[in-house]
Structure formats: structure tokens, C-alpha cells
Design a binder for this molecule. Sequence first.
Ligand SMILES: Nc1ncnc2c1ncn2[C@@H]1O[C@H](COP(=O)(O)OP(=O)(O)OP(=O)(O)O)[C@@H](O)[C@H]1O
Ligand SMILES: [Mg+2]
Length: 245
Amino acid sequence: MAATVATVAYLGLEARAVEVQVQLSSGLPAFIIVGLPDKAVAESRERVRAALASIGLALPPKRITVNLSPADLPKEGSHFDLPIALCLLAAIGATDAETLSHYVAVGELSLDGRVAPSPGVLLAAIHASAQDKGLICPVAQGSEASWAGELDVIAAPDLLALLAHLKGSALLPAPPVAEAEPPDGGPDLAQVKGQEVAKRALEICAAGGHNLLMSGPPGAGKSLLAACLPGILPPLQPSEALGIM
Ligand SMILES: Nc1ncnc2c1ncn2[C@@H]1O[C@H](COP(=O)(O)OP(=O)(O)OP(=O)(O)O)[C@@H](O)[C@H]1O
Ligand SMILES: [Mg+2]
């Protein structure tokens, strides 16, 4: 039986699509990971084995081959634990492979089945959103993932809760949507004395997103007025905040 789950490999500031494939075949029991895994990915075997044992599932006594495709792309990091575990669970029929096909999964597994944070969730979320998929990520990074905009984020605290959510028996709460922090205390437009025309021009520009050219003698308050602009702009949408980061 073979199953697949989508995940990503990080290359600098880019997330590349990686497909985890699991095949169970007859033969001497073994658990092999191929597809240029680094040390952290190779050790994922032990974490996945322990995490599955913690939820009462033993690995089937078969030859388990995990392939990380494309096989020539180097895979680094511990975030492959969760997709490998989910793919194994799909292969043994413990979860629905069709449901999983709508998600990209990233996350490290603890030996007791908890889903621990791993770096790069935001990149994975942007990638998932571009592919019109949802994201399965660690609970601690749910709000980080929601920066990527409108995508279905499953922030999983542990393997058991995630399986229950995918089955529909106990839904996980949606992660809190992250809000851009307000700009740190620049001058307030109310502090500007007089200059009613300039203040009105500033307000119209802020409301309508127009350009503004200020011209006047030195000391007239041009820099002061410009510094007041962020304070009267509406809060940034997550995608806008990402764009100017
Ligand atoms: N209308 C005003 N109300 C309150 N403070 C003002 C006003 N106009 C100017 N100031 C103060 O005067 C000082 C000089 O203003 P600012 O630096 O904004 O001038 P500017 O027009 O940018 O000058 P420059 O052309 O030399 O850059 C600042 O400390 C500013 O706070
Ligand atoms: Mg100035």
C-alpha cells in the first residue's frame, strides 16, 4: 500500500514542494528513509516510531520505505516528522489519505506525540496558500501561519488531536489571527498646531491612498507632518505587513 502527503523543503527564503511517499511491502521489517535526508531527517524515524507508539499504534511488521520526492533535492530539518507520520498513518489506513491531500504538513514530533514547533512555518504557509491547500502545523505556530492570508490552518497540539480533527470527531479551534503591531509611537497629528490645509491633505491621502508632495520653507513642519502619517493610516492587513517586511 502506498500513500503520499505534501510538505516543503526550505532553500534559503524559499519553500519548495516535497512529496512524502510511503510504501509498505512484504519482506524483513525495516524503516528506511530515502531522498537525500540530512541527519535530522534520518533521525525522524525514531521520533515517528515513538510518537506512533505513544498513541497506541505500532509500526506494521513490514518493510516501510519513505521516499522524499524530488529525490535529488537535499532535505534538512526536523519538520518532516509530521508529514512522514501522517503518510504512514494514511498507508496503514488510520487516517483518510483523500483529506490529507488538501494539506501541506510541517512539524516536529516529540516522543510523546506532541507536535513541536519547527522553523519556517510562515514560508510553508505562503507555499500552501499559493497551491490552494491548507496547512497542518504545530499549535504554537498557528498564528504565525495565519500571516500568509486566507488559508485553512490546522494548528495541531498533538498527533491524537490531529487525527480526531481530520476524522471530524473533535475539531481543533482555529488559531488566533495575528495582528500587525501598531507602529511605535510616532508624533500624533493632533500635536501639529495650525496647518489645517496640510493636515486635511494628509488625511485625504491616508484615506484614499494618494501621493503627496509637500513644499514649504525650512521649519514649516513638513517632516513633522510626514511623520504623523503612519498614525492615521488603517492597520495593515497580514499580507500587506508581509509585503513591507
Ligand atoms: N505646525 C506645527 N506644530 C507643531 N510643531 C511644529 C509645527 N511646525 C513645525 N514644528 C516643529 O518645528 C520643527 C521643525 O519642523 P520640521 O522639521 O517638520 O520642518 P521641515 O518643514 O521639515 O523643515 P526642512 O525643510 O528644513 O526639512 C520640529 O521640531 C517641529 O516639531
Ligand atoms: Mg524636513
